[in-house]
Ligand binder design. Sequence first.
Ligand code: S3P
Length: 176
Amino acid sequence: MGNVPRIFLVGPRGSGKTTVAQPLAQHLGWHWLDADERIEARAGQSIRAIFADEGEAGFRKRETDILRELTSGPERCVIATGGGIVLFPDNRDRLRTSGRVVYLTADIDTLWRRIANDSTSAERRPALSIGGREEVAQIVAAREPLYRACAHHIVDTSDRSAEEVATDILIWWQGS
Ligand code: S3P
């Protein structure tokens, strides 16, 4: 199952999952998709609105449902996941056994700079706790072991373009 031609990109907000999925899929000649976009399309509302209406628990349930579909669905596909997908052990197992999991990392300042510069993301994504740079630091500290636990490969994206990161993953994929 781990050899299914499917790559999941995991990592915190601002690690570049969606941005890297596109050139990576292009190099591989695969499709790409964004799990958060699927959740929004299915719900007919933004993630921010889902959090407001159903709370984080409602969003997490939707996220798990979409992951189930994706892991039994399209192959030859690069899938950008949401930053909190790794919170549940079942999700981590599902990711690991349904393809290859690449953990995108970056230092806290880089993550925060990318998030702060992304106005679309600010409209669509709710604050998860206290917001700001401090939230980024807290979340990374809490989730780092979870991302590592399901990763087959780890790439530091700090100071690197999406194209460079995609090439790194491509070389790893071809050699694995
Ligand atoms: C979340 C990250 C977001 C989105 C939701 C929750 C998180 O995805 O799924 O707002 O818990 O870190 P991105 O990582 O794509 O921003």
